[in-house]
Design a protein around this ligand. Sequence first.
Ligand SMILES: [Zn+2]
Length: 344
Amino acid sequence: MIDLKHKIEEYRRTFNEDIVRVKDEKSLQEIRNFYLSRKRGCVTLLFDQLKELTSEERPEVGRYLNELKDYIQAELQNFKQELSRPEEPSKRVDLTLPGRKKYWGAPHPILLFQQEIENIFLGMGFSIEEGPEIETDYYNFEALNFPPHHPARDDWDTLYINDDLLLRTHTSPVQIRVMEKRKPPIRIIIPGKVFRKETPDPTHLPMFFQVEGLVVDHGITFAHLKGNLEHFLRRLFSEKIKIRFRPSFFPFTEPSAEVDIECTVCRGKDKECRVCGGGGWIEILGAGMVDPQVFKNVNIDPERYSGFAFGLGVDRTAMFAYHIPDMRFFYENDLRFIRQFSLK
Ligand SMILES: [Zn+2]
């Protein structure tokens, strides 16, 4: 039944495309024959297929089909009248007018940037994983070593749906889901939307995109983490970009680091730079060695395996890469802004 309904919709769509191309009586007749010819018309033939439906389904689909037939007949009649009407002078085509350009849709700049990130990691042998945007407290926090009432939870302003369900605040729960299903070696990135209870301002949004990564295998060390992330940042920004690692804290990694790059706007030369606050560095990534407790939560033996994880905000990084002062520009849907990216 779904199939037949789908076909009815499909014919309505193609008919609408065909009818606007009608130029004369002949092409109008061709369209009539194609859809409604008594023996071979594609809509006529659908009536035969009604027989194959159950008696409960038949009336509803039959009604849809009759509506389509009536619609086609009425439209054909309209266009016929239109064709027979003598052309008014005002309707004549003025060949001196400039042409009207059609606007084509294009991927959003954030999606394009995310694909750039994905391509770098795919080239390094990572694969892409995805997971649900509505998560349980367990996957979003507990399995990642945030026990209930742990103060670190306060850093993640969470939008709860009920006591147990929430909008994921990071893509990290997918790391847990993958480790539960699969044994090492694991080398994945996880792109996706995340949500936090934030008031939008130039550097915060309640919904944004993240890409996280996870590598688990025998003998993975901090040197692997550093090498991978430095390679990634050089490919994304430039070979010469300055990078630094700072000690930090995340409940799910130990030791943890934040990764900064030199300010892409002032290169550390403007003491009043609005992007880096005059410090010359901007924070790009959070990273660290996976905490043994996280491995225990998913039954991976931390004595045998080690790994590293990292994450970055796509919108935030795009802002630095394109020198955009306000992250909200990405979502205001001003075509003058957005088109600059699809032209690339
Ligand atoms: Zn700066």
